[in-house]
Design a protein around this ligand. Structure first.
Ligand code: GRF
Length: 208
C-alpha cells in the first residue's frame, strides 16, 4: 500500500483577534487547504486568538516576551517550543513582532505573512488607516514570504480592494478581512502543493 504523503505542519502566529487563523483552520478541516495546523503561537496573553484556538481544538502556546532578557532569548525559546511540534511552516496572521534574522534563517522561505495593502504601498502597522488617510482609491491584500526587511519578501499573491467613498477604518477593514480569509488559503496552497522558486532573491515563480 502506498504511504500517505506527510502533510506540512504549520504553526500560526497571532497577536490579536485571529480571524485569519480561524479561516485557515476551517479551510484546512474542510479539505480546502492541504496542511495540518499543529499550534497557534501568541505573544499576548489576552488575545482573542486563544478563544478561537480553544473552540477549534488547536493547541495554543504563549510565551511572554517580558520573561526573556532580549529578543534573541525570546526567539530561541519559541524555536525550541516549535521543535516539539515538528513545525515546517510559520504562518503569520496578525503577529505584531518583527522577527530577527536569526529566526528568519531558521525558517528560510518557510515564513509567510499577510499584509492589508498592495505592497510595497502602505507598509507598517496601520496599512488600512494609512491608505485611507492618503486618499487611495484602491488598496488590497498581499501574501508574501518573510525576509529580513519588514513587509518586503517575495510576493505570492495579491488582490485589490476598492476604497469606497465614505469608508472608515472599520468598513474597509471588514472588506479587507473577507478577501484575506480566502486569499491566504489560496496562497498557502500554492506554496504547499506547487513547485516554485525565488528568482534573484525577489520574485516568486511557479515552475510546474
Ligand atoms: C490582518 O488584517 C492582517 O493582514 C494583518 O493583521 C490583521 C490580522 O487580523 N497582518 P486577524 O487577527 O487575523 O483578525
Amino acid at each position: 500500500m502506498a504511504k500517505a504523503k506527510r502533510k506540512n505542519r504549520v504553526a500560526v502566529f497571532c497577536s490579536g483577534s485571529g480571524s485569519n487563523f480561524e479561516a485557515i483552520c476551517k479551510n484546512a478541516s474542510k479539505g480546502l487547504l492541504d496542511c495540518q495546523i499543529v499550534c497557534m503561537f501568541c505573544d499576548r496573553p489576552d488575545a482573542y486568538a486563544f478563544v478561537r484556538a480553544e473552540k477549534l481544538g488547536v493547541p495554543s502556546l504563549f510565551l511572554s516576551p517580558k520573561a526573556y532578557k532580549d529578543k534573541s532569548a525570546y526567539e530561541k525559546a519559541i524555536v525550541k517550543e516549535l521543535a516539539l511540534f515538528n513545525v515546517d511552516w510559520i504562518v503569520l496572521a496578525g503577529y505584531m513582532r518583527i522577527l530577527s534574522p536569526y529566526f528568519i534563517r531558521k525558517f528560510r522561505n518557510r515564513i509567510v505573512n499577510i499584509h492589508p495593502s498592495l505592497l510595497p504601498a502602505f507598509k507598517g502597522a496601520d496599512a488600512i488607516g494609512d491608505a485611507l488617510k492618503y486618499g487611495a482609491k484602491i488598496t488590497g491584500v498581499t501574501v508574501h514570504l518573510v525576509d529580513e526587511q519588514v513587509d518586503h519578501g517575495p510576493i505570492i499573491m495579491q488582490k485589490a480592494v476598492e476604497i469606497k467613498q465614505g469608508d472608515d477604518k472599520d468598513t474597509l477593514a471588514q472588506r479587507i478581512h473577507r478577501v484575506e480569509h480566502k486569499l491566504y488559503t489560496q496562497a498557502l496552497n500554492l506554496l504547499f502543493n506547487r513547485k516554485w522558486k525565488i528568482e534573484k532573491g525577489r520574485k516568486f515563480v511557479l515552475i510546474d
